[in-house]
Ligand binder design. Structure first.
Ligand SMILES: *Cc1c(COP(=O)(O)O)cnc(C)c1O
Length: 416
């Protein structure tokens, strides 16, 4: 590893809050599936901002929409109707599963989860939740209550109150049946667990969750923050099972790279929230609305879901063909792919970045996660897989580069 003499890196290290252990490169530009660091080195990006740039970095339609809207009007509160917001709402509801026709607009996935929680409470008059082991729902104190992994909650002690949440094993229908009662406001889950190791739920589990919640008068809320907007090979992952939830949290890829979030819900859920019961200053701002409309239209026009489905199958086949004894399992849905190793993934993720110019991320300590843009080319996928095969062959985590491995471990401690 070369030690970078970068003034930008020094400044970030000096003034940033310090919660992120920084990679030793400074990224300055992106186009499609490629990003460049300040020294002009290029990387194939299979992280794309934790799954944000599914359309590729700086998609021309999104760039144009942002440029035009920035010059016209950037901020207008949601109490004041706006042409770009109306246009976006119509576009979004047009692609959502039938029945989800009311939308609370915000700025991130965590905010979407917070909204989901509040709307579920007012929508049902109940305040208990069922969430999943290995699930990830965001970092605010409210959303954190749904997040299973103790390391995210423990530093905050009693301030994270999750006594109102029951955690069950993802995929266990019997446990779900036991956990959902007349006191349950909502069952919350990701259709594919991302942070928890890239684990797709079975179609049967999702369909049973739909049936059980309906029976008990609880809501089914799907967290499609990472899976939504073509990542899994459909516009939304729930389309693989035909399950239509009562609410869906959305963010990440929705506006092609611009911060945005939303909680989409049924009319029935929306109408029970008292006026003024929730709100946000930046939510629904014309800038992200214009970006969002451009992004969703580009996804439809370019058949982005089909691209993700086809390229995801191609990439998973190629990853399976590596046949390394270090690989335990290759799994995923569309272009949300995880390779579980029989040892820690951090040294391999580190070597992919440093030796091969390929950006990937961890999902649990054993899994290498690939979230390339759906616009990635087959040639680029071939390059990524060849690079991965080389690092699997070359990296010997026990024997060499102890310092680098420690850094790699630290870099991979925190995701999303
Ligand atoms: C990223 C993510 C979140 C949190 O979204 P932020 O935009 O980081 O607040 C919540 N749930 C899932 C499934 C995610 O992948």
């Amino acid at each position: 590893m070369t030690s970078t003499q970068s003034k930008w890196l020094d400044i970030e290290n000096k003034y940033d809050s310090g919660i992120y252990t920084k990679h030793q490169v400074v990224m300055v530009r992106g186009q499609g599936a490629t990003v460049w660091d300040e020294q002009g080195r290029s990387y194939i990006d299979c992280v794309v901002g934790y799954g944000v740039a599914t359309l590729g970095h700086s998609h021309p339609d999104v760039v144009k929409a942002v440029q035009e809207q920035a010059a016209k009007l950037m901020v207008m509160p949601q109490s004041m109707p706006n042409d770009k917001r109306a246009e976006f709402l119509q576009e979004l509801v047009g692609v959502l599963p039938q029945g989800l026709e009311r939308v609370f607009l915000c700025n991130s996935g965590t905010e979407a989860m917070e909204a989901a929680k509040k709307f579920a409470i007012t929508g049902t008059g109940r305040s208990r939740f069922v969430s999943m082991k290995r699930g990830f729902s965001g970092r605010s104190l409210g959303a954190l209550a749904f997040t299973w992994e103790p390391k995210y909650r423990e530093p905050f002690g009693d301030a994270v109150d999750n006594k109102h949440v029951d955690f069950i094993t993802y995929g266990d229908i019997e446990q779900l049946r036991q956990a959902v009662t007349e006191e349950t406001a909502a069952v919350i889950m990701e259709p594919v667990q991302g942070e928890g190791g890239v684990r797709p739920a079975s179609i049967e589990f999702l369909q049973e969750a739909r049936r059980i919640t309906k029976e008990k008068g609880a809501l089914l809320i799907l967290d499609e923050i990472q899976t939504g907007f073509c990542r899994t090979g459909k516009m939304f992952a729930c389309e693989h099972s035909g399950v239509i939830p009562d609410g869906m949290t959305l963010a990440k890829a929705m506006a092609g790279g611009v911060p945005i979030g939303a909680f989409a819900m049924t009319q029935e859920v929306a109408q029970k929230m008292p006026g003024g019961g929730h709100g946000t200053t930046f939510g629904g701002n014309p800038l992200s609305m214009a970006a969002g409309t451009a992004a969703i239209r580009a996804m439809k026009r370019e058949g982005l879901a089909e691209q993700a489905r086809e390229k995801g199958a191609y990439m998973m086949d190629k990853l399976r063909a590596i046949g390394s004894s270090k690989i335990r399992e290759v799994r995923g849905l569309g272009l949300m792919i995880g390779v579980e190793l029989k040892e820690k993934s951090a040294p391999y993720i580190h070597a992919l970045e440093h030796d091969e110019g390929v950006l990937t991320l961890a999902a649990t300590p054993l899994v290498v996660r690939f979230l390339p843009p759906a616009t990635i080319t087959k040639e680029q996928i071939d390059q990524v897989v060849a690079a991965f095969e080389r690092v699997l062959n070359n990296v010997n985590p026990r024997a060499e580069r102890q310092e680098e491995l420690k850094q790699a471990d630290k870099e991979n401690e925190q995701q999303e």
